[in-house]
Design a protein around this ligand. Structure first.
Ligand code: M6R
Length: 614
């Protein structure tokens, strides 16, 4: 997490840095800072809390801000040390000649710190980054050259980093380095840009160089030099950036989350557009396995985190049903520390909204080394994960600003439906032909149903208000909606800080039922289909313990309605496609509860949109 930015050129550096940081706020937002170079002096400004606080600090520094054309900046998601001003980046060495911003984690910072203390270095913050600043400055003492100092320092650092450093003695350059954290250099006319991610620079340039791991670069106003790990000067490819300068307007919605929830009909339309032509088999142009290789797939492993993991769990149901291939779904953070079994006949699907989640990247790298074919489903075709893909399935849900994933989840789930259909058709599993035909028709109708549900969401808002004072919730479902229960509970936790837990409804009586009383509402998802009666029985069990019951359903017999305190009706939908509608009801419920409680919906505490540390 954390976002870094750098600028060198003729513009006012402070303006480029602040604009860039505002585009990186999704990476963290607990403090921010910039360093501006002016006439061989470096001026550092920092503030605790949101970026606006830094903007306030800069109002008194107009003179420096208007006359500096080189600078680096940072927006933080704290890993080492509290989110205070002193721990905010940039960090410096004792003589304040060198200034550094950092994204990542330095794993051996304690050892390095002890070593540097022997040389008289004094530390003022609790961060690992300050250790790197002292280390590079220490190397500078030997080499008197910022590039060489950076090259020597990174060899001593273990962990993940993207660095931007400036030095008073070399006021015409920014030196950068990268290992397991993203860094892109944007190319301009008489100016260059550095950032953790494209949105920070896209309004200035469409051309960029991605720095690779173990590379170090020197960025000047009119030149960029990149060096490999052995110190050889090399050329990285210039790439055309895939974005238009993006509007990040809320389009009249109170929060980005609400806007993004309302975009889901169009997200589905975009993904399925052109996919179902007549009665032809579905085409997935970017899926690179041959028909023979598909028939040889012995198992599928889906690896992801958080909301993307829940999308993967929906994927398991559909792929196993229609493609008849066993699927395991696992949190990346667990996958990487196990002796996992995978080979060339294992298809591995990595799912990630950001494409930069450190745990998933590590897991993918591990399994790629075993020869498995890697499919990546991501909203960022320009991400690190996308570049690791053998087959890339970009979902193009559009930039998602709110930290809580909504439309990206929808996009992932719909892509998994398409993948399941594709695998089934490639394997020529005739017994599913009719069902798949119905599913395709339903997928085409889905955007309208999503919009119908969104238009009739007044009831959800009222229910949200009614239940907003409860401190705990249980979400239950079975079958293909079990992941919907997990995801609905996660949404509520993330943005309202209410303790919500999702369970398979059948598991309720194996322990969680002990917690039920009138203070523990139970939200049950029950759709017409094989598990309907079972979930209904589980609801009866909850009601018998005085729990308030909220039902999310597409059908309920009149005789059963009295069981529920409140009902959220979703449009008619088959059991197999119901996760795509149920989740919208749960996203809205979480949103309205958090909004009613006055929470910071788009930037909930302690979270970040892109989790780039393991
Ligand atoms: O970018 P990714 O999809 O890989 O991120 C995974 C999780 O960090 C993410 O889904 C997280 O759980 C979100 N805050 C969900 O709203």
């Amino acid at each position: 997490m954390c976002g870094i930015i750098g600028y060198i050129g003729d513009k006012k550096a402070s303006e480029v840095l602040i604009t860039g940081l505002s585009r990186l706020e999704y990476r963290g937002y607990d403090s921010a800072g910039i360093a501006l170079m002016k006439n061989k002096d470096i001026f550092i400004y920092k503030a605790e809390g949101k970026l606006n606080n830094l903007v306030e600090v800069l109002k008194d520094k107009k003179n420096i801000c208007d006359s500096s054309h080189i600078g680096i900046g940072h927006i933080r998601w704290a890993t080492h040390g509290l989110p205070t001003t002193v721990n905010a980046h940039p960090h410096t060495c004792n003589c304040k000649s060198l200034t550094l911003v950092h994204n990542g984690i330095i794993e051996n910072y304690q050892e390095l710190k002890e070593e540097l203390e022997k040389y008289g270095c004094k530390f003022v913050s609790q961060t690992d980054t300050e250790v790197a600043a002292h280390l590079i400055a220490h190397e500078y003492g030997k080499y008197k050259n910022l590039l060489k100092a950076m090259q020597a320092a990174v060899k001593k650092i273990q962990g993940a980093f993207a660095f931007c450093a400036i030095h008073k003695n070399e006021p015409d350059k920014i030196v950068v380095a990268k290992r397991n954290a993203p860094l892109v250099i944007g190319l301009g006319e008489n100016e260059n840009f550095i950032a953790s991610d494209i949105p920070a620079i896209i309004e200035y340039t469409k051309k960029a160089i991605y720095l690779n791991d173990y590379q170090v670069g020197v960025v000047e106003k009119n030149s960029i030099e990149i060096y490999d790990d052995d110190g050889h000067l090399i050329q990285n490819k210039i790439e055309h950036l895939p974005f238009e300068a993006m509007s990040i307007s809320k389009m009249g919605y109170k929060h980005f989350m609400l806007k993004e929830i309302h975009e889901q009909g169009d997200v589905v339309r975009n993904i399925i557009s052109g996919k179902f032509v007549g009665s032809d088999k579905i085409q997935l142009e970017n899926f690179k396995l041959t028909n023979n290789e598909i028939n040889n797939i012995s198992r599928i492993q889906i690896i992801a985190c958080g909301t993307s993991l829940h999308a993967g769990m929906v994927g398991k149901y559909i792929i196993e049903k229609y493609a008849k291939i066993p699927v395991d779904v696992e949190a990346s953070s667990e996958y990487i520390y196990r002796d996992t079994i995978a080979d060339k006949n294992t298809l591995v699907i990595g799912i990630s909204q950001s494409g930069e989640t450190a745990d998933t990247i590590t897991a993918i790298k591990q399994v790629k080394a075993k020869g498995s074919h890697i499919v990546i489903i991501t909203n960022r075709a320009d991400s690190t994960m996308a570049r690791l893909a053998d087959s890339l399935l970009p979902v193009n849900a559009g930039i998602e600003v709110s930290v809580a994933a909504t439309k990206s989840y929808m996009a992932q789930v719909i892509s998994l439906y398409l993948l399941a259909i594709y695998l089934s058709e490639e394997k020529d599993l005739k017994e599913y032909k009719d069902e798949i035909k119905k599913l395709k028709k339903e997928l085409v109708e889905l955007p309208n149903k999503i919009e119908q549900l969104l238009e009739n969401s007044k009831n959800i808002k009222e229910i949200a208000k009614k239940y907003s004072s409860y401190k705990n919730f249980i979400f239950i479902a079975r079958g293909i909606n079990y992941p919907s229960a997990l995801e609905g509970a996660l949404k509520l936790k993330e943005i309202s800080y209410i303790n919500a837990t999702g369970y398979g409804a059948g598991e309720l009586k194996h322990g969680p039922i002990a917690m039920l009383d009138e203070n523990m509402p139970v939200l049950a998802i029950l759709n017409t289909g094989v598990v309907y009666d079972k979930v209904l029985s589980n609801c009866e069990e909850a009601k018998a313990r005085q729990a308030k019951l909220i039902g999310v359903t597409n059908y309920l017999a009149n005789k059963d309605k009295a069981l529920f305190d409140d009902l959220i009706m979703i449009p008619t939908v088959s059991d197999i496609l119901s996760p795509a509608l149920n989740i919208i009801a749960l996203q809205l419920l979480a949103y309205y509860i958090a909004e009613y409680l006055g929470k910071d919906v788009d930037q909930p505490r302690n979270l970040a949109k892109s989790v780039t540390v393991e």
